[in-house]
Design a protein around this ligand. Structure first.
Ligand code: BGP
Length: 470
């Protein structure tokens, strides 16, 4: 088989707070991510200025040949006070979706990409309170009313597993009972996901909806059975805890026992079980950047939280350790980018097989990409051959996974154009299109096609036939 299946979705991804800018324009208010993004880098006020240049950006998508485009709808742009509809916000996404449709580009929408309205955080602690589930439902109803007849592919929550591990994105760094709070927030998010799925199925039974989760397969650090067990534990805590809840609506018994052992009793009500059962998705979407390795960790070692390297070369990064279960360690067999993110295309095939074998649900890849420091050259382009190799090699593994039997619906790499990186501003670029700005100078904000733009366009037009598998 040389090509990808007929109808395979060739897409690219962005998210509202990273691409739109106009953070306080058009009636939009602040979100928690606007207020908590790494202050060393650019803020969210301008980012890639997509809010003003959306037409040009859709023209570029058309030229690239995309058959789909994944973006997120900003909650505080639609409901700036958490309750009242902002017609300007609706109008912005209406224009965008209409233009995508005019070019036969399938709009694929993420409902939550880190941007809870700040007013809801202030009112009741955001995701810490059960009230957020009703407020999210309100937001989803408004979005479905406005765009439900046009959008056929929905993603509920982006990277819940990473949100859970990165307190600054969920604003629970300084709260009391941090461990309890993070699991309770996670529970509320699961309920919010299930509400969105339930509503979608009731109102648009022919549309498809699922979560977009951040995943990494975990390799044992050695053949020692204890390391193998540690890798299994890490998969359970980082992946299956979330996916079991999404797909089966039940808590993974190992994690439930862990919570009992550390005295955490979550507020889980009788009606939650029924709702979670109704949240079964139509597909699972995966954001895959890295694989990880795990080794045995004794129960008397100390707990350690992840710290992400936000500055690239020589930056600090600290891996997770959960006493009695696993310690995440470096894997010397795979190269890394300057931020220490491993580059492991085979890991994607492994992950696709693992998830598909466990749930037998179709899979979509909603993020995958290479973040590097880049500058325009004299030809007003960027020779990003490293990105071409990265995407080629990951797509090759996708095709092999399809041969393994995995039902893969589409590929939506990160990112369509350079956007504000969540951890590292405009220093870390992922796009097929260069945006002329730096972290501290907004410059022209003009768009320039990188070498990968022309290459990805050929990939799409050949339905993946030009991917080099060897
Ligand atoms: C994922 C997010 C994206 C994007 C990407 C790259 O976690 O869903 O929003 O930011 O990671 O991460 P970063 O920008 O930190 O390199």
């Amino acid at each position: 088989m040389r090509t990808f299946p007929k109808g395979f979705l060739w897409s690219a991804s962005t998210s509202a707070y990273q691409v739109e800018g106009a953070a306080y324009e058009g009636g939009k208010t602040a979100s928690i991510v606007d207020n908590n993004i790494n202050p060393t880098y650019a803020d969210t006020t301008i980012t890639s200025d997509h809010y003003h240049r959306w037409e040009e950006d859709v023209e570029l998508m058309h030229e690239l040949g995309l058959t789909a485009y994944r973006f997120s709808i900003s909650w505080p742009r639609i409901l700036p006070d958490g309750h009242t509809i902002n017609p300007e916000g609706i109008a912005f996404y209406r224009k965008l979706i209409d233009k995508l449709e005019a070019y036969n580009i399938e709009p694929m929408v993420t409902l939550y990409h880190f941007d809870l309205p700040q007013c809801l955080q202030d009112a009741y602690g955001g995701w810490r309170s059960r009230q957020v589930v009703d407020d999210f439902e309100r937001f989803v109803r408004v979005v479905f009313d406005a765009f439900g007849n046009d959008v056929k592919i929905w993603f509920t929550i982006n990277e819940q597993s990473n949100l859970f591990a990165l307190p600054y994105l969920m604003v629970f760094n300084d709260v009391e009972n941090k461990q309890f709070q993070k699991y309770q927030m996670n529970h509320h998010m699961m309920l919010a996901h299930a509400k969105a799925v339930e509503l979608c199925k009731q109102r648009f039974p022919h549309s498809k909806i699922g979560p977009a989760i951040g995943v990494s397969p975990h390799y044992p650090a050695s053949m020692d059975p204890l390391d193998v067990l540690a890798a299994q534990h890490a998969d359970d805590f980082f992946t299956y805890f979330f996916t079991d809840l999404y797909v089966h609506g039940t808590y993974h018994p190992k994690i439930q026992n862990y919570l009992d052992s550390i005295g955490i009793r979550l507020d889980i009500r009788d009606e939650d079980a029924t709702l979670l059962q109704r949240g079964k998705p139509d597909f699972i979407a995966l954001n895959y950047y890295i694989s990880k390795a795990a080794r045995y960790c004794s129960s008397d070692s100390s707990y350690r939280e992840i710290q992400v390297n936000a500055i690239g070369e020589n930056g600090l990064s600290v891996t997770e350790r959960l006493p009695g279960y696993y310690e995440i360690v470096d894997n010397p067999t795979v190269p890394t980018n300057p931020w220490g993110w491993v580059i492991d295309p085979v890991g994607l095939r492994i992950q696709l097989n693992q998830i598909y074998n466990r749930y037998r649900l179709p899979i979509m890849i909603t993020e995958n990409g290479l973040g590097i420091v880049e500058e325009l050259n004299e030809q007003m382009s960027v020779d990003d051959h490293e990105r071409i190799k990265y995407i080629n090699d990951h797509l090759a593994q996708c095709r092999l996974a399809i041969e393994d039997g995995v039902e893969l619906l589409g590929y939506s790499p990160w990112s369509l154009l350079d956007v504000l990186s969540t951890t590292s501003g405009f220093r870390k670029r992922y796009g097929f299109i260069y945006v002329d700005r730096t972290d501290h100078e907004s410059k022209t904000l003009n768009r320039y096609k990188k070498k990968s733009f022309y290459w990805y366009s050929r990939v799409i037009h050949s339905n993946g036939e030009i991917i080099d598998i060897d």
